[in-house]
Design a protein around this ligand. Sequence first.
Ligand code: PMP
Length: 294
Amino acid sequence: MLACVIDNQLCQSPEEATISVQDHGLLYGDGVFEGLRFYFGTVFKRQAHLDRLRDSAAALSLNIPLSDDDLCAMIQKGINASGIESGYIRLMITRGEGPLGLDPTTCSNSRCIVIVDQLNMVSAAALEQGATAIFASTRRLSSDQVDPRIKSLNYLNQIMAKLEAKAAGADEAIMLNSAGRIAEGTADNIFIVKAGQLLTPPTTEGALEGITRQTIIEIATTLGIEVKETPLAMFDLLTADECFLTGTGAELIPVTTIAGRKLGKLTEYQYYQKLSAAFLEVIRNCCKSQDEAG
Ligand code: PMP
């Protein structure tokens, strides 16, 4: 069941959860968020998400009125109320209520919202057979526009790219940066395998510094797979042996068709198979050790 907590108050139902129409989070997308996952009741990479939330907020001079402990307590309240064993958490900070007009200094208290629910980014069929992706014509904003490290409440570029994917009958859109190189998916980072190497664009190419991306780089290194963070062109994706997306919501999504071209069969995606098995193992161990640490 979807559960919602606002400013540490559990809402009895989603309908009861209210945020002012004057909240600048709604009026202007002025706010930040994190997406987290919990497995068997334990939040995966919780501190990394809280740190990124604080960085996003600091970049926007947005006050987070709660300590990490308070945020964790809110998250736990949401998990408990949801009755879900393994699911997804949306943690949001909005600028708060203020008069019409952009000026964020006119806003009163920023609001903290936690929503706990299930999230499946692609269908079970896409996970089983491999997802399809297009190259979107909508570009990812670069760091001289809105720095991609800020996980803000404004995802309009990604939404436009997602609309392109849906119109083309594809599962996901791959976004390019203003120079025409690969940035990332709409809500996920991208990896390819080429000649035995695992390649991903540096986040300076216009991607969020994904926590799952970092986890996969660490896992691959441990497994002895050579990882290179290197700029990628459309050519590299079209000639890749394997391609997959990573994200908290996405977890690992294999992509077997890009712009109508078949890369390969999922059963032949050896690196993806190996890395997703190891990723599951890391989740299991991480949750176990967090449990033991209390
Ligand atoms: N890029 C974007 C734009 C995202 O919204 C997300 C999801 N948070 C990601 C990448 C993946 O990041 P993470 O692995 O930290 O969830």
